[in-house]
Write a protein that binds this ligand. Structure first.
Ligand code: SAM
Ligand code: ZN
Length: 181
């Protein structure tokens, strides 16, 4: 008989998220620095990862119901394609106020809480995207400090400065136009 690979997780479960599609939520109060899940899947080469990533993105663009890209950067040589049913970690959404971090421990990816999390709260991580192409990734995390785009924590203040400079330039342009009119 085939073994059921979907092991029950003690800490978290998956349900619809107000941020995007499905999300991961706390089953119970979780203390800080607790290992709550592993990002599992198929180990693939960078080349294969690029091929699958492009294919998954194209499919997601055609059909909103097709989730997203579930590829995790593992190391210089390998990635993990987490698009497998037993991988609940693939549903963790991004937030500008994350409560969880992913760690590579001996080439396995584990998610640890970075704050205390209350039962029912969504598990949220920092996707760590760089500033390049930030306009392609609108952030809907809804946190008070949301910068509006999915960008790594370390780049968020840079993005805020960039955007406020752009805003003041366009306000200046508008006010000059008004003066001329
Ligand atoms: C790995 S999936 C996360 C799980 C996803 N909610 C699902 O149901 O498949 C990553 C995708 O979720 C969406 N996403 C995650 N966090 C988001 C956020 N803060 N704002 C907007 N979209 C988000 C983006 O489309 C992103 O490409
Ligand atoms: Zn945000």
């Amino acid at each position: 008989m085939a073994k059921n690979k979907t092991k029950k997780n003690k800490w978290v479960f998956v349900k619809d998220s107000g941020i995007h599609g499905k999300g991961v939520f706390a089953k119970r109060n979780i203390p800080k620095e607790k290992r709550i899940m592993e990002y599992v899947g198929e180990r693939i080469s960078k080349k294969e990862s690029q091929r699958r990533g492009t294919k998954q993105m194209e499919e997601a663009a055609k059909n909103r119901k097709v989730g997203a890209v579930y590829i995790f950067d593992l190391n210089k040589k390998w990635d993990i394609d987490g698009n497998v049913p037993e991988n609940i970690a693939r549903f963790a959404n991004h937030s500008c106020n994350e409560n969880c971090d992913a760690f590579n421990i001996d080439n396995r990816i584990f998610y640890y809480t970075s704050k205390k999390i209350k039962k029912g709260q969504e598990i949220l991580i920092d996707y760590g995207y760089d500033l390049e192409h930030f306009l392609d990734h609108t952030c809907k995390c809804g946190s008070d400090n949301c910068v509006g785009f999915i960008v790594a924590k370390d780049d968020r203040s840079k993005l805020k400065k960039m955007r406020s400079r752009k805003k003041s330039k366009s306000l200046l342009k508008k006010s000059k136009k008004r003066q001329v009119a």
